[in-house]
Ligand binder design. Structure first.
Ligand code: NAP
Length: 352
């Protein structure tokens, strides 16, 4: 396996792009080679074009890098790239990622290709076998590269907690989300809209949670994904929190496990990233908190360097079977960190 891969980041100036830059500092396998964003930023130095909103300092060498356009020709000219991370807005990502995938492996955080039949929608601990779609996709589309996608931020943390519950015969899920502001990108929601408020609507988010979860938890049958028959109902809200989505989850199970059984299933849950010891893998993908008032975004979002999902308040439900709260860091596990972990998995498997 050849390491030290050179990467391009599309949408590098945005909330997710900046998180990619931060997480890739000192990454053992991936080195930032090219930064790309809109025509508004292209041609400028990154430090001039970007309003850096990470808590860490903007690295000097990144501030000095030029920003280029997101098309194939510009990326080719800008450097000797091995793979591409895309943090572009959904609408734009579709054609741009297809163009780049003709030449490069593209790891996308955008929604454009997530539900394409031949594109994997990966959470490395949950459905690593879905990367089997990649050779099929390359052949069908005649591409040198490929597209691999990650789910929506609120879906990732939910699906990670649903996977261990499948052993109890999971059949129905009701989820209400309380989603952080950074999930809307930068500058995102206007302060006058969100201060002293909760907004009970996030465009397309409920559909994404429902459809993506069925694909992720589905089975890979030689050349296609058979979606899981799970029925989900989602209700999504934007809340006045900077980072970390909190979700209230109700599940219907065929079996009637004790709270201890459920807790143990969450605690024991591990996957390929832990087995392969991938650089971004958290030791514990799911962390269970015992306190009656946890998880909370401010205290728990950085668990496992932002890569663990934190679960708490597991209890019996008189209508469904079990209910619990779960929390995930939306720009780390839900976005850039999840994307990097997917790329690590696919590189480790020798597919990219
Ligand atoms: P964002 O903060 O609004 O950043 C958007 C980025 O795309 C910026 O770098 C922007 O560059 C660039 N861009 C905008 N229009 C462009 C154009 N016409 N051509 C080329 N580049 C353009 O958004 P974000 O929150 O980082 O989200 C990026 C993607 O990740 C979206 O698809 C989003 O749905 C997804 N996602 C976000 C999160 C999250 O928590 N935020 C989580 C999971 C997935 P300029 O600065 O030059 O305008």
């Amino acid at each position: 396996m050849r390491l030290n891969r050179k990467v391009a980041i599309l949408g590098a100036t945005g909330a997710v792009g900046q998180r990619f830059i931060e997480l890739l500092q000192d990454h053992p396998w991936f080195k930032i080679e090219v930064l790309a964003a809109s025509e508004r930023s292209a041609g400028k130095k990154f430090g001039h074009a970007c309003n850096w909103i990470m808590n860490s300092n903007l690295p000097t060498e990144i501030a000095e890098m030029p920003i280029v356009n997101v098309d194939l020709e510009s990326i080719r000219k800008a450097g000797n790239v091995d793979l591409v991370f895309s943090a572009l807005p959904g609408g734009l990502a579709g054609p741009v990622e297809s163009e780049l995938a003709s030449e490069y492996p593209v790891f996308s955080k955008a929604s454009a290709h997530r539900m394409d039949q031949d594109v994997p929608l990966i959470i490395p601990e949950v459905n690593p076998e879905h990367v089997g779609l990649i050779p099929i996709q390359k052949k069908a589309r005649g591409w040198k590269g490929f597209i691999s996608t990650d789910p929506n931020c609120s879906t990732i943390q939910l699906a990670m907690t649903l996977k261990p519950l499948m052993n109890f015969g999971l059949s129905k899920v009701i989820v209400t989300t309380m989603q952080a502001l950074s999930g809307a990108g930068y500058p995102g929601v206007s302060s006058l809209d969100i201060i002293d408020n909760v907004i009970p609507f996030i465009s397309n988010e409920e559909d994404k949670l429902e459809c993506e979860s069925q694909k992720i938890l589905g089975s890979f049958n030689y050349d296609r994904i058979m979606p899981d028959k799970l029925i989900l109902s989602a209700s999504c809200n934007r809340v006045n929190v900077r980072e970390g989505h909190l979700e209230s989850v109700f599940v219907k199970l065929d079996q009637d496990p004790t709270i201890d059984d459920v807790e143990e299933a969450f605690r024991k849950f591990k996957g390929k990233p832990q087995e392969l010891n991938l650089p971004s893998a958290p030791d514990n993908p799911i962390v269970v908190r015992e306190e009656k008032n946890r998880p909370q975004p401010r205290f728990d979002r950085k668990e496992g360097r932002g890569m663990s999902v934190v679960v708490g308040r597991i209890r019996k439900d008189p209508i469904m079977t079990i209910k619990y709260m779960c929390l995930g860091h939306n720009t780390i596990r839900g976005a850039a960190g999840g994307g990097i972990l997917s790329a690590e998995l696919i590189v480790a498997k020798g597919i990219a």
